[in-house]
Design a protein around this ligand. Structure first.
Ligand SMILES: *Cc1c(COP(=O)(O)O)cnc(C)c1O
Length: 422
């Protein structure tokens, strides 16, 4: 936990001078309880250590990249071996073809793959590919869905112009009528429906995709000649060994991947069906580091494990154990905890807690007991976790719920989260 005179506090003070805002982006602790550490020193398996050396059982998994455990020996070994042989070069290695073959073999809708670095690279390429294919402009997005930090999809307006977000129509996730209304508004200019695999927006309950909504998105695209995009950057490989909408029987034309596909190494991908192949080949897409061989070696080893091990069933079992155990313990302490989303990507929100005073108290109490949970963003399980880790989390939660229960009537509003209650 961050204490005065800690290394974390010292780093924060120095960062104030040389990093805007002291830290930016989703890994900033600005919107987390004050005692959450901003800086970390190492990670292994399911655990990480903050800059002061406190060991934490980590339910954030680097916000998604950690699927099979931090510092996995086989994956990092493949990365390091390739790094020594050749990484950033004048062109790619044959690993690029191997990886495209592995992904298209695994993801049912995909006939081809293109590689980039961040999820936002892949979602932007999907947008460009859809417009190139259809020669139309308009895209439908679900309100509040995250597709990256580029201006076209940024969730904060600072520095973004209306023109950056031109030709976009918003609908409500899982609401067929609002999707149809958006499609009607787009008319014959619809280039794409951009779909989140599930509603995994911050601050609100998650929602699994309604099969009727997914099917309607597919049929509207087919009717109008637009492309259906599923943004699997976050949920990919945590719900299925295929595109996440395979779970509701709907195949997109394009899907975007990132975060965990190389278990933490920097690579993302746009996958597509034959329909969009010509447009993808014609558009201008490249980056200085997009052809690095070492992350491709890491991705190949990650995908081998995805194919050949029960990692998914393992994290589903652990996730179910966590969900049942937390529900039981919360109830025993008289607390109403909403747990939403897939069990492998849990989100906890307390009932009647708009400014998150209960969530922040619970998070801090968990942190004190060596468990890192997030008060308003979905979390992730990883396959390096074991049943004993879930037991540790449940034991911590039992005490954390007890502490929260005893302080319920005296909790102060969380000043920095007041915007949520407004
Ligand atoms: C994280 C995320 C992105 C952006 O990925 P980056 O690697 O951060 O650029 C896009 N879409 C979804 C659904 C994400 O969760």
């Amino acid at each position: 936990m961050v204490r005065p005179n800690s290394e974390d506090r010292a780093l924060r003070a120095r960062a104030e001078a040389v990093i805007p805002g002291g830290m930016y982006g989703h890994q900033s602790t600005r919107l987390l309880p004050d005692d959450y550490p901003q800086f970390f020193s190492r990670a292994k398996g399911a655990r990480l250590w903050d800059a002061d050396g406190n060991e934490l059982l980590d339910f954030m998994c680097a916000y998604g990249p950690n699927l099979l455990g931090y510092g996995d020996a086989a994956i990092d070994g493949a990365y390091i071996r390739q790094l020594a042989v050749g990484d950033t070069m004048t062109g790619p290695t044959g690993l690029m073809v191997d990886l495209a073959e592995a992904l298209t073999a695994m993801v049912t809708h995909a006939d081809w793959a293109m590689f980039c670095k961040n999820g936002a690279d892949a979602t932007l390429m999907a947008l460009v590919a859809a417009r190139a294919h259809t020669r139309r402009k308009t895209v439908i997005l679900a309100r509040g869905a995250y597709h990256g930090a580029a201006p076209w999809c940024a969730l904060r307006p600072v520095g973004v112009t209306p023109e950056d977000k031109a030709n976009q129509i918003y609908c409500d996730y899982n609401d067929v009528a609002s999707l149809e209304a958006a499609a009607a508004m787009a008319g014959d200019d619809l280039a794409a429906i951009f779909a989140a695999p599930l509603k995994h927006d911050a601050f609100v309950d998650q929602a699994l995709p309604d099969p009727a909504y997914a099917r309607r998105a597919r049929s509207l695209c087919d009717q109008i000649g637009a492309l259906l995009v599923v943004d699997d950057v976050r949920a990919g490989l945590r719900i299925a060994r295929d595109c996440s909408w395979s779970t509701v029987g709907v195949a997109p034309d394009l899907s975007t991947w990132g975060k965990c596909i190389a278990n933490g190494h920097a690579i993302s991908a746009l996958l597509g069906s034959d329909k969009a192949r010509a447009a993808a080949a014609a558009m201008f897409a490249t980056g200085s580091y997009w052809y690095q061989a070492a992350p491709m070696a890491a991705a190949l080893e990650t995908l081998r494990r995805v194919r050949e091990t029960d990692y998914l069933e393992h994290i589903e079992t652990l996730g179910a154990q966590l969900r049942a155990g937390l529900g039981e313990r919360a109830r025993a302490h008289g607390l109403d905890l909403r747990q939403t989303g897939p069990v492998t990507m849990p989100l906890f929100l307390f009932e009647d807690d708009r400014d998150l005073r209960k969530g922040f108290c619970f998070g801090s109490e968990m942190l004190k007991r060596g468990v890192y949970v997030h008060p308003w963003h979905n979390m992730f399980l990883n396959a390096a976790m074991a049943a004993a880790d879930i037991d540790q989390a449940l034991d911590a939660a039992d005490e954390a719920f007890k502490a929260l229960g005893s302080r319920l009537t005296t909790l102060e509003p969380v000043e920095k989260m007041r915007f949520l209650a407004a």
